[in-house]
Structure formats: C-alpha cells, structure tokens
Design a protein around this ligand. Sequence first.
Ligand code: DGL
Length: 258
Amino acid sequence: MKIAFFDSGIGGLTVLHQAMRKMPQEDYLYYADTDHVPYGRKTKYQIRQYVQEAVDFIAEQDVKALVVACNTATSVAIKDLRARYSFPILGMEPAVKPAVSDTRCTKRILVTATPVTIREEKLKNLLHQVDQNHQVDLLPLPKLVEFAESSSFNDGQAEAYLRDVLAPYNLERYCTVVLGCTHFNYFKDSFHKILPEEITMLDGSSGTVNNLYHVLEQKGLLETGSGNVNYYTSSRSAEHLRPSYEALLKRLDDMLTY
Ligand code: DGL
C-alpha cells in the first residue's frame, strides 16, 4: 500500500522528498490540486471542498496513510478529514513549537505562511498555547506560492519580493524565521541571501515525516516496496508530469548541500 502526499501544488514535494530519504523503500502517491492552486488566497469553505474532493479520490487508491503536506489545507480541513476517513492522517503546522522551545533563541521569531494559515483559528490557538513570551510576529507571503508554481526559482523575482516585504523589519531583532508553507522551502537560498547569518530557518517537514514514521511503525504499516511514486493532479493521473516532478525532487536534493 502507498503513503499519499497531498498539496495544492508542488509544495508538498518538499515533504515527500524528506519522507523518501527516511523511508526509501515505501511506495508513494503524490497528489497536487493544480486546478485550484493557490489555496492561500481562497476562502476556507472553498478549500474544505477542494480538499474533500481530492481526498475522496486518494482514498480509493490503495493508500495506508495520508500526509496533508500543506499548512493551509491542514489549518482548515484536518479535523473534517480525520472524522471522514479511517486511515492515519498527518498534517503540517508552522514549526512554532520547536522555534519557541529553542532556548538559544532569545530574540523574536518571524512566522511566514499563506494568508489563510495566518488568519485561521488553528495558528491562533497554537500561539495562545506556546507563545507565552509573545515572541512571534506573523507575515503572510502569498506570492512565493505563485513564484514556485511558475518555476521562478532563480530569476530574482522571489528574492526581490522577499527584500521588499522584509524591508520594514529590523532583522537583527530576530533569531528564527519559520517557513510555514511547504512551497516556501524552494526559496531557502533566497532567504539565506537576505537574512542575517545568525538567523535559523525552521520548517515543519522533518517533524511531520518523523511523526509519519512513528505512526506507521506503531501500526505495523512499514513496508518494503520499490520506492515508486505515482503522480496525480486534481483527480487525474499525471504521469506526463513525472519528469518535471522528478526534476523538482532533484532540485531539493541539490539544496541539501547548503
Ligand atoms: N503549500 C501550501 C501550504 O503549505 C499552500 C500553497 C497555496 O497557497 O496553495 O500552505
């Protein structure tokens, strides 16, 4: 059986990439809801409907677990999904917990995400629970999703956008930037160029993948497959996109060196 990864677009590949490194012997299904990307500018009611349609399709594909590799979809739909399906469902949340519990970080923390994730109750509740020292500032970065979807990785657009939106911030006052959207992981090099060297970047991928591993292990669901990935977009097989998705996975491999 397969482990399914779901996102509005290519962001979830950054989480799949981590899972494939930790569990190379598993088989995977990757589903990108390309008809409806970006989710971060939609209403929560629209997103819930898209997610339900997608997961109804995924549930028919011989899957043993689902990773909602999208912070935005998790923030508005994870409860409904867990009530509707019986297989394990893991979500993503901005890595605020590890950021605030890092005792080396005594300055401020900047949490970046889509506008939906930033304004939803789920993040507010999380901050209420863990941001006791009021260390966290929030910054929506909707355009990074669009740059990623149009493969504008290295043409300077994302970097110029980031310089612009970060200009009002005194970055010396921060010790951590949280990448709370899976699409943002493609722009780690642009963040690196702009942020002071001492700032740590945190994202939720490894936390979610570690949880996935433990859930599968506990339920006796770890398997030895062939490490294959099947690709789907908005309830259609997307085998023709395999080369471009594999190129993105390769790009993520290359990014591990810095
Ligand atoms: N990748 C998604 C996330 O982690 C959102 C992208 C979108 O706006 O569609 O939040």
